[in-house]
Design a protein around this ligand. Sequence first.
Ligand code: HSE
Length: 438
Amino acid sequence: MDPVKVGVLGLGTVGGGTVNVLQRNAEEIARRAGRGIVVSHAAARDLNKPRICDTSGIQLTTDPVDVVNDPDIAIVIELIGGDKLAYELVMKAIENGKHIVTANKALIAKHGNEIFSAAQDRGVIVAFEAAVAGGIPVIKAIREGLAGNQIEWLAGIINGTGNFILTEMRDKGRDFDDVLKEAQALGYAEADPTFDVEGIDAAHKLTILASIAFGIPLQFDAAYTEGITRITREDVTYAEELGYRIKHLGVTRRTDRGVELRVHPTLIPERRLIANVDGVMNAVLVKGDAVGPTLYYGAGAGDEPTASAVVADVVDVVRVLTSDPENRVPHLAFQPDSLSDLPILTMSEVETSYYLRMQAKDEPGVLADVTRILGDKGISIEAIIQKEPADDSSEAVVILLTHEVLEQQMDEAIEQIEALATISGHVTRIRMERLDAS
Ligand code: HSE
């Protein structure tokens, strides 16, 4: 049988890695897919740029529309990123009857509902394993491997760049900007690295995971997004003294009132496996009612780890080219006419526990005022430490861990604490998750 011809849009880090893996493992991949797979056409913005892959034998163009319109191509692999040109190209490719494989989380999180509907109408597949957690096959695990469960919650370290920065800052005392530059040089960071450090990239990925876990439409605009830029070395140190690690987590949980969908720095007990996921590695902890907690771990970014997921999707598409087209795995795990309209909760409706850090005048009664305000809001304290003022200061640092409370109550308490004459500046708040089996 003739090999299946695929076209690649974008020959950067992931595009180059994908060509390399497809070429290097061609024989093994063909044995798995039942057909050979060849990259016959590829588009790149600058054809003179040095590449990490060998493009001999591939027809090259600077116009991606040439690839999307190429009648010989059955599968278009979209690896240019962004959600504007990529959106137009993917929609055009679907119209042309091409199957799509993409690593583009922004595209899926923002336009997935529309793209899947167009794909359904045209009878083509849109596969996007590489969009979440790089090389970890977590979409397949949730969509297929956990299909018998009600997913209760999931929490993940889903931005490799952010985790790399936090790890290097903690372990080596390195500077934020310096580590970010290294992550960019290693090809981990987004074209706009604020997407990594402000939590937007993680929110794209969490949006996708929540839809697959709970069978809800993709709702990126409803996600709460907070990045790692305000985490200081002292917060990392105090958290460790209390037995916690600070990780940037995406958390989504089904509650009686709706779905939590939030991305923010989080204190996690250091004994949890996920608290020890360092560097560019990602991990997603998924709690199903039947299976209990399950953990998926692996490289979250980089050329070949991401290519691993892209190529697996290409193999899946090639396998189903010959099977019953009406019996495919649904894009969002649940049949499109069975999606649920569970509301996404606003952040003030979320219940969680907190780490609070504040600068307090070293005077009698200060702690009593703070604990009274918390008590009046029904917030109970789990731990408290006070650091004596440095020699040249009259202010002590107070760190508190609280039990779970509605974020609305915490917002009001923080406002009152910040208004105390004995507290200076803002109260630093980092949410905490126990991530235990319950
Ligand atoms: N910039 C992303 C990250 C790439 O660092 O996780 C993989 O999606």
